[in-house]
Each structure stands twice: as C-alpha cells, then as structure tokens.
Design a protein around this ligand. Sequence first.
Ligand SMILES: NC(=O)C1=CN([C@@H]2O[C@H](COP(=O)(O)OP(=O)(O)OC[C@H]3O[C@@H](n4cnc5c(N)ncnc54)[C@H](OP(=O)(O)O)[C@@H]3O)[C@@H](O)[C@H]2O)C=CC1
Ligand SMILES: O=C([O-])C1=[NH+]CCC1
Length: 342
Amino acid sequence: MIPKYIDSVQVKEILTWPLVNAAVEEALKAIDYSERDAANSEQSYKQQPSRTITTGGNASKLLLTMPGYVGNYNALNAKTNNDQLHCSSTLACKVVTSFTNNQNLQPPLPNILANVLLFDINTGELQCIMEGTQITAWRTAAASIVATKYLYMKRFPQQFQTPIKLAIIGCGVQGQSHALGMCATFNVSEIYLWNRTQSKADDLALKLQKLYLQNSMKIFVTKTPAEAVREAAVICIGTYSPNALINYDMLKSGDVHINTVGAGAVHFGEVSQDIYDNAVVYVDSLINARTELKDLKANIIGEIGQVIREDRRTENKCLTIYQSLGMAAEDATVAQAVYNAL
Ligand SMILES: NC(=O)C1=CN([C@@H]2O[C@H](COP(=O)(O)OP(=O)(O)OC[C@H]3O[C@@H](n4cnc5c(N)ncnc54)[C@H](OP(=O)(O)O)[C@@H]3O)[C@@H](O)[C@H]2O)C=CC1
Ligand SMILES: O=C([O-])C1=[NH+]CCC1
C-alpha cells in the first residue's frame, strides 16, 4: 500500500476547536498502559514511551521522535457534525524539528515543523503521512484549554461561561493558536497581548478584532509582560526565552492559572522560580517530565489526565500551572480525527 500524503491545506480544512479539544482531552484522559485494568473494557489507555531528542549539529537544531498509541477512546466524527462518539484506537509517530534560525530565513519558515505518520491499527501498514505543523500548533493550545477547563474554570459555579481576563505572553505560532483557541472556547472579556517584537502582537490584535467584531471583548497590546499579566486570571506563555518573563509579584493574586508551553534550552524557564514556589503544577506526561523537567524545582502533583479522570477540583483560590511538554498521544488522536474526516 502506498501511503497517502495529507498536506497542510487538507489538514486546516478539518481542524475546529471543538474537534481538537475533544481529541486532546481523550488523549490526556487515557490511562497509562502499565496501569490499565485489563478487566475494564470501558477504559481508554495509552502508551507513549519517552520521546527521543537528536541534535542536528547544535542545540538550536533538534529532531524529536514521538511515538504514541491510544486505545479504546471516544472519537468524535467530524463528518457527522462532531457530535457522534465512537470507540477508536490509533497508532502514530510524530517527527518534529525545532530549528530556531528558521524565522530569520528569507522567506521565513516556522521554527517548528512536523509530520505525523499514521498506521493501520490492524496491520501496522503506514496509512498516511500527514503534515503536522498545524496539528502541533492546535493540539498544544487545546491541551492548555483542557487544562484551564479542569484546573481553573471548574472553580466557578458558571464554569465555562465565567468571563475571564486572559494574557498571552509571546505571539508567535503558539501564542496565536492559544489566543484563537481560548477565545473560541471560553468567555474571554479582556485579552492582553505581549510580544518581544510588538508588530506580531499588533497583527494578532487585528485578527482578533476582525473575528470578534460583534463581541464586547476588549483587546490590549502591552509594552511589557508585567502590564499584560497585571489583571489576568489565565496566562498562556509560549516563547523561546531563556530567561523568566514573568514573576510572582507581577500576578494579580495567588488565584491565577498559567499554561506554560515553551522555553529556551530546557522545556521550562519562561516563568520565574518564585511562581513555581507558590504553585501547584500539573504536567501532560510524567514519563517525559522525568527526563525533560528533571532540573525543575516545582511541586509537580501529577498528570492533568488524572484530574480529568477523577473530575477532581483544584482549591478555589490557588495558583496552578499546567507545564506542557507536548505528547505523542495528542498528535495521534488529532491526526486520526483528521484522517477519519477526509
Ligand atoms: N509544549 C508543547 O507541546 C510545544 C511547545 N513548543 C514550544 O513553544 C515555544 C514557542 O514555539 P512557537 O510559537 O512555535 O515559536 P515561534 O518561533 O513561532 O515563536 C517564538 C516566540 O518566542 C519569542 N521569543 C524568542 N526569544 C525570546 C526572548 N529571548 N524573549 C522573549 N521572547 C522571545 C518570539 O518573539 P519575537 O517575535 O520577538 O521573535 C516569539 O514570540 C518554543 O519554546 C517551542 O519549543 C512548541 C510546540 C509544542
Ligand atoms: O510536543 C511537541 O511537538 C514539541 N514540544 C517542543 C517542541 C515540539
């Protein structure tokens, strides 16, 4: 069988926030294969060994391989208006590069470029190679959305309808997808945008203005990260900064939720140590956290998936962090949803 190639145009046509949020929530929720209860036929489970990171000459050029399996999960069917669930399994491997000089090329290329290999679950044949750059941008934001839903929005009686003030620190690919996904999913009353190069924050503000013309959402571009987070209840931060961009004194109170998805040489560092010192921290994957976050001094409570499975609530007034590394199971369920919809 010759595998199909599914390009970014085809992928983009299928991606919607309800579809991606649901697929990512299933991936996060699935229990680790080693902990599954074989007698429970209802249980979804996943296997995603620690990803490999290969340097392409130096630390600014990385290749990550991310294999993942999710079994027995509830998949939405995009062909039937996203509302019908069916039991599904998926096996995939994402190969993704992070080449941080790409943005300086003429014309520039995204720093993060990805492809997802999707396999036939019965025969192991390669079904398709799917362009995965958009999938990476959307699924990372979706994981932050799911984390915000469980770690922050559940504190309020009105839950997801509660108006929130949102800060976006870094308006690159991740900042943009976080802004668009958060505004599409939650009732964002005010959004504060900061980017080192201000023109990117201005462009994102214009895009949001056009999309939310009829809406009362207020949009601000700020000169500093401190101004952006001063009022914010939810903060999304996704940059390559090697130094912390926000610290504890900048926050409005200790009742804030932070999604941190990027960093410089390591997968953390854009948020200062005093924020970690005061926060309860959840990760997407403990397996990857054990290696990639081994130097992070933080109170890591566990995986966000456990909070979802137990429908557990965090305390009403606390500082929570969703420390995102990105995991293969998310890529697998989203790529499978796209493949099924074509
Ligand atoms: N957790 C996950 O699943 C994933 C994490 N990531 C991570 O997210 C981060 C962002 O990726 P992506 O959005 O694709 O990258 P982009 O290149 O699109 O954006 C990078 C952003 O970082 C900013 N930046 C870079 N250096 C600094 C600095 N020293 N100080 C302040 N801001 C800085 C850039 O600002 P400027 O515009 O001024 O250059 C830009 O806003 C990366 O760390 C990446 O590894 C990416 C994918 C998945
Ligand atoms: O999960 C992912 O795809 C990535 N995490 C960091 C760079 C890319």
